[in-house]
Design a protein around this ligand. Sequence first.
Ligand SMILES: [Zn+2]
Ligand SMILES: [Zn+2]
Length: 249
Amino acid sequence: MRLSILGAGTILPQPNRSPACHLLEIAGRKLVFDLGPGAVARLAAAGLDHREIDTVFISHLHPDHVLDLVTLLQATNATPSWERRAPLQLIGCRGLAAFTEALLAIFRDARPETYALEIHELELGANEVAGLNIHAALTGHTSNSLALRLEAEGRVFAYSGDAADLPALVEIAQDADLFLCEASFPDGQGTPDHLTATQAASIAARAGVRHLVLTHLYPQADTQNMRAEAEAQFKGRLTIAQDGTEVRA
Ligand SMILES: [Zn+2]
Ligand SMILES: [Zn+2]
């Protein structure tokens, strides 16, 4: 599998880290995890044109993870000499359907016209959706924010979304080949609804993760040595993401 980080940041403007967007290529599929502002353009620049996007996961409904959903839907309707026929799978947290409906009540021209928008709100635990096996768990970041685990072709990918330091994350990331985990802040600057690099690395170590990729970094990340903080806890392969980072597992 190949993971491209197209948004390694948060809602705050940063030159090297845009709001959340990650592209996972696995089992012949191209799966998008979160659509922060600007994500559709960055996906296109990375080779995934909006016409080719068919499966999008939304971890939770904060703007840095979901604002470009309307861009995707509007672009789909506004592309000259092309009509989307294939369904678009939108998979994510509780409240995703009502959120999308409210968005389309405001942006009426983005309402699907020629294709089916299939929205799946995940159950906690195991799900089979859009031909994929996905486990979901609450992360404690918001009341409905999810962490996701995907197993395909004998490989395991896990994504924390935004998360508090909960044992459920160890379960979601257990023995993962690749664990994409938020690490918002360096040590000493953490908040109860996000992880520090030390917390993310400790979760990865307890879960027996092979490769840990830290994403969702606030600007403070560059003021302190988060790699050293993480390496003190986690002895596996470690990547600290910026926009454009690519890893294979
Ligand atoms: Zn976020
Ligand atoms: Zn959030």
